[in-house]
Design a protein around this ligand. Sequence first.
Ligand code: ADP
Ligand code: MG
Length: 322
Amino acid sequence: MLIRADNLAKHYPVTTGFFGNKVAATVRAVDGVSFTIERGETLALVGESGCGKSTTGRLLTRLVEPTAGTVRFDNIEMSELGREELRATRRRMQLVFQDAGSSFNPRMTVGALIAEPMHLAGAPAAACKARVQELLPLVGLSAEHAERYPHEFSGGQRQRIGIARALALRPDFVVCDEPVSALDVSVQAQVINLLTRLQREFGLTYLFISHDLRVVRHVADRVAVMYLGRIVEIADKATLYKSPQHPYTKALLSAVPAHRPGAVRTRTEVVGEVASARNVPSGCRYHPRCPYAMEICKTQDPELYDLGGSHRSACHLVNATH
Ligand code: ADP
Ligand code: MG
């Protein structure tokens, strides 16, 4: 096991008042999630925008400090690390973002951009240059591209540059945060194939974040479905797509885009707006949108019930009928 998250939470205070000194509310961006990721595995994390996927990725890589809970990376408890050790450990974890291109300094050459993490880690210039020449062909670009500037490249090529940069320090773990969401469908498959090939070649471990279950179908080994800061269902890929149990997973998978505003109907009423992480519903947080909600769902927060194998689902109905 490479990663183990236990009861991980990130709450952001929402402040008001002239000095911003009154806490008016709390955004429960991530609200108690536990999962593991095996070495060489891809865990997909899927859910609607705002459910806490990126925050989870940032918590794992310690770009944000958790409000509660722990992350173990390669059996190291991250919060116990001193500054130097933390820095060294964080080099083993990298991120690939949705639109890597937009964060690139336009005045830096592609070579300098890819080498930047090595440079910051204190690698000598010659070693940086050699590594760039090695990385460019690995991501399907050519060695001459090192002298060019990011604006000369297409979206898909810029994503390849971002991947090369993420791999520069030979990480063990990569958080791919919506890595193809900004790309044309035809280019998405190419970038996904590249990520899969690199994973095999270097034994990489991925957390692959997407708002779209279809995108992760080809890359995931296991899938975790997130709703308002919680994992509501987690299973190996075959099980999740073939026999989803949580009503939210089913809605995400259904051919009809059930989560278009106004498109969801319960037995009695049209479901209102998407709940917000600022105002998490009581009981099961999905109950106001769930067509199967029972009395118990309004008051009792379901735990992730074990359905056998590695399949778990946080639903009272599933637990009662299983
Ligand atoms: P996702 O990646 O699934 O779209 P995020 O993790 O980005 O979701 O955000 C989860 C929730 O936390 C959202 O409601 C978002 O507005 C809120 N949030 C994220 N970062 C911050 C922050 N730095 N301060 C306050 N709220 C935040
Ligand atoms: Mg996000």
